[in-house]
Design a protein around this ligand. Sequence first.
Ligand SMILES: Cc1ncc(COP(=O)(O)O)c(C=O)c1O
Length: 378
Amino acid sequence: MKVKIHSLFEYLLETTTAAPEALVGLSISASPVLGDFLNDLDPALPLDWNGRDFRGLPELRGHVLRQAGLQTSCRLEDVLITAGAAEANYLALRQLLSPGDRIVLESPGWPQAKVIAKAIGVEVVRVARHEAEGWRLPLDRLADAATPGTRMIFITNPNNPTGDLLTAAEIADLVAIAERVGAWLLVDEVYAGLEWQGPRAPSVAGLYGRGITTGSVSKGLGLQGLRTGWMICPDPEMIMDAVILRENSSEIMNIMGETIAEIALRPDRYAAVMAKARAEGAANLAMINDWIARQPGLSWVSPKAGLIGLARLPDGIDSGAFARALLQDPYRTFLLPGEAYDQPGHIRLGVGGGGAVQLEKGLERLAAALATGVGRLA
Ligand SMILES: Cc1ncc(COP(=O)(O)O)c(C=O)c1O
């Protein structure tokens, strides 16, 4: 069956040309420019493929393991460089799942696993994260959902869109749940390294033979346009299956993505850039928390990690109508309505984007729209 559109992408397509003056809820850190890398780029670099390894540049794979704290528990061969975390997730989903299998997912969550699983003909079991429980992943309900025969559990940690973060003990419980039923456990870590409360969680690729960790340079480093990410898995057959599928789609990594990502992930540079991203994110988060406290009827569970969270609108406001009206004059401000995540009555707020997104201006306009009853149901 063909892959169907999900509502988040539908909204992005609908609003691509809206040209907002402010963005609230951008989900990536401020993006560097090419000039930031010129001193470290070799003008004689051949623009052929890397010519060394189908899994990706070995130095880059080394950095990937180091930033995840996996340099002693995983090997370079366990890392495959991909076109973003999106491709890593796709390769794993497509190669591991067959029609009639069962996958356990979180809701709300990143929509990719659901649409791909449905297209394959997989039974999708959704485990709800509830706002009243602080959007925590309910491990007891997840354990009940992961019945024998479950082929995969797919989780985002930090969670997109709520910013919830699992502890090391919860990751261990998750591994035990997967292990009990022999399921693959894919944890998408694109937001890792941006923790506001608590430490970065351990990566499952270092804990479980069927653990798959995916990530990328898109979020904390703001390098989304490089299309460079990774899959880490200690199972050689999984990595080879992913290489084989990739050979039949994009074939190889793009050399500029690999080369610039290798520079960006060099330990000293990575530490400095992430420290800046964390400082900017933390300052914006403090500003949003203060702002929300001043908005009658608006509330949220402040994200523990990552660049986004879901805020609950005052009763009686339609989030889709609200977001669409906010894009128009006099507000000209973009945000994602909660319906993009099956969470009507919510909007996605976020702390990414640096100065270019005009967050403060966006919040002022959002406050003005809320005060005048924009999006209120008749
Ligand atoms: C949870 C999650 N996974 C994967 C992706 C895709 O990211 P990438 O640019 O690394 O492909 C995103 C992008 O928003 C995301 O939020």
